[in-house]
Write a protein that binds this ligand. Structure first.
Ligand code: ZN
Length: 277
């Protein structure tokens, strides 16, 4: 799309690992018309416990530099993954305390403008004991407080949220005080885009999801592949070029594609992730 005023695709939730596989994914993304990604920190429990977040965040920062050198606009999201809880528990640590340390460290990167969001933080996406939910909610609220203080975004990984679930997040937002538009529900269901609409969404870029989200006619969403860059699970969650491919679909099928592009691939990503598209 280069010289056109229409922005290229922006993938709001993209992961990378060191190595050739990740470089290939970036190439494939760019070749399909992608111009920017929000790169989200990945857990790696094989590296052991000592300085876990320190080491993981540095890996993600280096991968962001790699993607920038390949010509992409990149924002960075750092934080403790919800399932880190079980990793810490298994090692005999106080999980909440370790994850809160991960949050404060990520906030430091945000203060230094080396990252623009805390995430993906939240709750395990499957049923867990009450105390895990309680601790996870405390971690979410701390992230929201930091978002209020620093102005960084919060990318939420949770169980699928129905209207009641969204109201619950909204209640936490009221309590902790972040700008709700800076809070992004990752893996959101487009049919609920009108529930608590001030919360931003990032929606898995399947064809159906994109059509459903556009049909809601409310521009509070971005698109994501949630690409995990795992050679053992190629093209998961969906292939790395999914968002650029949906961009082509939008251009071909919607008369108002310029309005859609401006919101989904430029205005909202710029606002949420402070990235210049
Ligand atoms: Zn993810």
């Amino acid at each position: 799309m280069g010289s056109s005023v229409i922005p290229g695709a922006f993938d709001a939730h993209f992961h990378l690992n060191p190595g050739e596989h990740g470089k290939e994914a970036v190439k494939r993304y760019k070749a399909s018309g992608g111009s920017g990604i929000n790169l989200v920190n990945l857990p790696d429990y094989s590296i052991g416990y000592s300085d876990y977040y320190e080491r993981r965040y540095e890996v993600t920062i280096q991968l962001a530099d790699m993607a920038r050198q390949s010509g992409l606009k990149v924002s960075v999201t750092l934080g403790p993954y919800p399932l880190d809880y079980f990793f810490w528990e298994k090692g005999g640590f106080n999980a909440k305390q370790m994850m809160l340390h991960g949050v404060e460290l990520a906030a430091k990167y945000c203060r230094e403008n080396r990252a623009s969001a805390l995430g993906e933080v939240g709750r395990p996406h499957f049923p867990v004991e009450y105390r895990v939910t309680e601790d996870s909610n405390e971690i979410i609220e701390r992230c929201m407080q930091l978002s209020r203080e620093i102005g960084c975004a919060v990318v939420l990984h949770t169980e699928d949220l129905d209207p009641t679930g969204l109201e619950g997040i909204h209640t936490m937002i009221i309590r902790a005080g972040p700008n709700p538009r800076k809070v992004v529900k990752h893996h959101a269901s487009p049919e609920f885009n009108r529930i608590c609409p001030e919360i931003s969404r990032s929606i898995l870029a399947s064809r159906d999801n994109v059509r459903n989200a556009i049909r809601e006619n409310i521009w509070n969403f971005m698109l994501e592949s949630d690409y995990v860059d795992d050679p053992a699970k190629p093209d998961k969650v969906i292939p790395p070029d999914s968002v650029p491919k949906r961009a082509i679909m939008i251009r071909e099928q919607y008369k108002n594609h310029e309005e859609i592009f401006a919101s989904v691939f430029q205005e909202l990503p710029e606002y949420v992730f402070s990235v210049q598209i």
